[in-house]
Design a protein around this ligand. Structure first.
Ligand code: FAD
Length: 362
C-alpha cells in the first residue's frame, strides 16, 4: 500500500484525503489540534468549489447546513445600491460545519500531531512530530496552512506579507428584515468594507475590513442600519479578528516526494472568499494526478505545474480587489463607485466566470 501523510486537517488537507480515497489511496491526516473545536466564522463555497463537493458526494450534506447565495450586490455605506449580479448557486456555512462534514467522510484522523520537521531519506519521507512520534510515508503533503512548517523547512522565505488592513468575521443569530434573501452584500466606505451573507440555519454571516483597527461599533457608526445591528447581536467572544496577509507566488511547490497545498503554498487575501475553494481545487487536481500518473514524483510535479497559474492569478486578483476596496481618497472612491455602477451585468458575469467556471474535476 502507498503511504501518504497529509500534514494539516484544515479544508485543504481533509479534502485531499477524501479526493485521494476516491481514487483508491488511503492517506493519513496529521493535525496539530488536540480536538476539532466548534470555532470559526462563515466560509463561502463558490461554484468552482461546489462542483468539487458534488464530485466528492458531499454537496447535499453541505446544503443541509448552508445558506444559499444567488446574487451579489454592492452598496454604498448608506445602503444605496451600486450594482448587482446574479450568480450560479453558491453556499456559505459555518466553518465548523464544513470541517465536521469533511472529517465524517474519513476514517479517524491523527489529532495532537504537530509536525516539527521532515526528512527524505531515499525513497521515503519521515515526518517528526512534537509529541515524540514519527511516521514513515512514501509521500508527504504539506497542507498546514499559512504558517506552514513544511513550507518553512522547504522554502524558508519568511513570514507572509501584511496587506494593510484588518478583517473581522462573525455569525449573527439575528436576520434584520431589510436584508434580501439569498444575497451576498458588499458595502463600501472610506477605507472600510462590510460584507453580509446567509450562512444557513437562520443565521447571517458578516465580515468587516478596515485600514485602522479600532473598535468595530465606532468604526461603522452611521453605516447602513443592519451593519451595527449585526455586529451588536454577535457574541463578542465569537468575533474573529485577523490581519489580511498573502504571499507573492512561488513556483517551487515541492521536491522529491513532498509537495505543498492550499494556504501553505498560496495564501490569499480574503477579498474573493476563494482561499478555501482554491485549496479544494488543489486537492482535486492532486488526486487526479495520482490517478493518472500513479503514486509518483511525476504526479506531484504535474500537480504543481497545473496549479501554479490559476492560484497565482487568483491571489493577485484578490489582492487588487482588496486594495481598491480599501481606498480612502475621495476621488479614488468616487471613481470606484462610478466604475462599479457602470459595469453591465454581462461583463460582471464574464469576470465572475474567470473565478467560478474553473473546473478542477476534469
Ligand atoms: C477573513 C477570512 C475570510 C475567509 N473567507 C473565505 C471564504 O469565504 N471562502 C474561502 O474559500 N476561503 C476563505 N478564506 C480562506 C480560507 O480560510 C483558507 O484559504 C483555507 O482555510 C485554507 O485551507 P488550508 O487547509 O490550506 O489551511 P487551514 O485551513 O489553515 O488548515 C491548516 C491546518 O493545518 C494545521 N496545522 C498547522 N500547522 C501544523 C503542523 N505543524 N502540524 C500539523 N498540523 C498543522 C492547522 O491546525 C489547520 O488545521 C478566508 C480567510 C480569511 C482570513
Amino acid at each position: 500500500m502507498v503511504r501518504i501523510a497529509i500534514i494539516g486537517g484544515g479544508i485543504g488537507g481533509l479534502t485531499t484525503a477524501i479526493a485521494l480515497r476516491q481514487v483508491g489511496f488511503e492517506p493519513e491526516v496529521y493535525e496539530q489540534a488536540p480536538a476539532l473545536l466548534d470555532v470559526g466564522a462563515a466560509i463561502a463555497i463558490w461554484p468552482n468549489a461546489m462542483r468539487i463537493l458534488a464530485r466528492l458526494g458531499l454537496a447535499d450534506k453541505i446544503l443541509e447546513k448552508a445558506g444559499v447565495i444567488e446574487e451579489i450586490r454592492w452598496l454604498d455605506q448608506k445602503g444605496w445600491l451600486i450594482n448587482r449580479v446574479s450568480i450560479s448557486t453558491a453556499l456559505a456555512l459555518h466553518r465548523a460545519d464544513l470541517q465536521s462534514i469533511l472529517v465524517q467522510a474519513l476514517p479517524p484522523i491523527h489529532l495532537g500531531h504537530t509536525l516539527i520537521s521532515y526528512t527524505q531519506p531515499g525513497d521515503k519521507v519521515i515526518a517528526i512530530f512534537a509529541n515524540g512520534l514519527t511516521t514513515e510515508a512514501d509521500f508527504l503533503i504539506g497542507a498546514d496552512g499559512i504558517h506552514s512548517r513544511v513550507r518553512a523547512q522547504f522554502i524558508n522565505d519568511g513570514e507572509p506579507v501584511y496587506r494593510g488592513y484588518t478583517v473581522w468575521r462573525g455569525i449573527s443569530p439575528a436576520v434584520p428584515p431589510t436584508i434580501p434573501p439569498a444575497t451576498a452584500l458588499e458595502i463600501h466606505g472610506r477605507g472600510k468594507r462590510f460584507g453580509i451573507g446567509p450562512v444557513g440555519l437562520g443565521r447571517l454571516g458578516w465580515w468587516a475590513s478596515a485600514n485602522d483597527a479600532g473598535d468595530l461599533l465606532s468604526l461603522f457608526e452611521g453605516w447602513y442600519q443592519p451593519v451595527l445591528e449585526l455586529i451588536d447581536s454577535t457574541p463578542r467572544s465569537s468575533i474573529l479578528k485577523t490581519d489580511a496577509f498573502d504571499r507573492p507566488p512561488n513556483k517551487s511547490w515541492g521536491s522529491g516526494r513532498m509537495t505543498l497545498l492550499g494556504d501553505a503554498i498560496h495564501p490569499t487575501t480574503p477579498n474573493l472568499g476563494q482561499g478555501g475553494c482554491l485549496a479544494m481545487e488543489d486537492a482535486t487536481v492532486l488526486a487526479r494526478c495520482f490517478h493518472k500518473y500513479g503514486a509518483s514524483e511525476e504526479a506531484l510535479r504535474a500537480y504543481e505545474r497545473c496549479r501554479y497559474r490559476r492560484t497565482s492569478a487568483m491571489s493577485k486578483y484578490s489582492r487588487y480587489y482588496g486594495s481598491i476596496g480599501q481606498w480612502e481618497n475621495i476621488w479614488a472612491r468616487g471613481f470606484r463607485k462610478t466604475t462599479l455602477a457602470l459595469v453591465p451585468e454581462a461583463l460582471a458575469h464574464r469576470l465572475m466566470q474567470i473565478v467560478f467556471d474553473y473546473d478542477a474535476t476534469v
